[in-house]
Design a protein around this ligand. Structure first.
Ligand SMILES: C[S@@+](CC[C@H](N)C(=O)[O-])C[C@H]1O[C@@H](n2cnc3c(N)ncnc32)[C@H](O)[C@@H]1O
Length: 293
């Protein structure tokens, strides 16, 4: 699969999600009959019923204090508490979407700290930026960029966080090498992401491929952890691990593609929950790892 195709598809998909046009899988244009996937509850309805469980890792208080619209239900955990952020730190969020985690991190680093959210999608970056301006955030900024080629100097960040974005990057090794490069020695990486513990049903893969025009390829759990270690990260620890059911994908572009397909059965939807895991992982760039590079 061509990397350029994947990035182009993601850029278009997330631009549309951020409100830059109308998505071909826009739920408003699909009749209720198309939402009945076998006997399964339509995913949109399931999400409406489980707002907090589908934004795992956040407290009600977290979700109440961020700007309205920054929580688009696209994450698979909360990387902020695990990053142990301190006042004055410089933090980078990879694939920041509408900025949810950046706004939470901004409170932790305080007025002397800085949080930068980076995203491939112009729509997402500009949505996040406008929410920051409206909310009067002085210590958060958003930029357009690619996780595989970060526009930051070596050893410039105390912490890098990421939520459900690295799984979408074609070259995960490049992504982790870049995160390692921009971290200061002793800097922390906190990522929540999805990994596969099996193969997604063919109907699900086809629906995503048809909806996006391409298929992202998440790593296996062992593959993901192995890549982090091979890029120099030390103390790679799994902090949380849980199944990631289909309902939790409902707001994301892959989830919408699945919802738009009439070929997916309720059994396929159950299989998604058995195949996708959500991991919260913490790792450190130690001084010695830096010297080995
Ligand atoms: C599933 S969304 C998660 C958004 C956000 N982290 C959240 O939890 O709400 C993934 C985000 O990663 C961005 N993304 C995907 N590939 C990227 C890349 N190579 N570089 C930068 N951002 C990327 C997408 O544009 C999208 O905004």
């Amino acid at each position: 699969m061509m990397r350029k195709n994947l990035k182009g598809a993601l850029r278009r998909g997330y631009d549309l999600l951020a409100g830059q046009g109308s998505a071909p899988w826009d739920l408003d244009n699909i009749g209720p009959e198309n939402l009945m996937l076998g006997k399964a509850v339509p995913m949109k309805a399931a999400v409406a019923k489980c707002d907090l469980s589908c934004t795992p890792g956040y407290t009600r208080d977290d979700l109440a204090k961020v700007p309205e619209g920054s929580n688009m239900g696209l994450g698979c955990g909360n990387p902020v508490p695990v990053a142990s952020l301190k006042a004055g730190e410089f933090v980078l969020d990879l694939g920041s979407g509408a900025g949810l985690d950046c706004f939470l991190a901004a409170e932790m680093v305080g007025p002397k700290g800085t949080v930068v959210g980076l995203d491939l999608s112009r729509g997402m970056a500009s949505l996040a930026r406008s929410l920051a301006v409206e909310g009067g955030y002085q210590n958060v900024t958003f930029c357009l960029g690619d996780i595989e080629a970060l526009p930051f100097r070596d050893s410039s960040m105390e912490a890098v966080i990421s939520n459900c974005a690295i799984n979408l990057v074609p070259d995960k090794k490049k992504a982790f090498k870049e995160a390692f490069r921009v971290l200061k020695p002793g800097g922390r990486l906190s990522t929540c992401d999805i990994v596969l513990v099996g193969r997604l049903p063919k109907s699900v893969r086809n629906a995503i491929r048809e909806g996006l025009g391409t298929l992202p390829s998440p790593e296996s759990k062992e593959g993901y952890l192995g890549i982090m270690s091979s890029c120099g990260f030390a103390e790679v620890d799994i902090i949380s691990e849980s199944p990631f059911p289909a309902e939790c994908m409902a707001e994301d572009i892959s989830g919408r593609a699945i919802q738009g397909s009439s070929k997916i059965t309720s059994e396929d939807l159950k299989e998604i929950g058995r195949t996708i895991l959500s991991l919260g992982i913490r790792a450190v760039k130690s001084g010695s790892a830096l010297n080995k590079r």
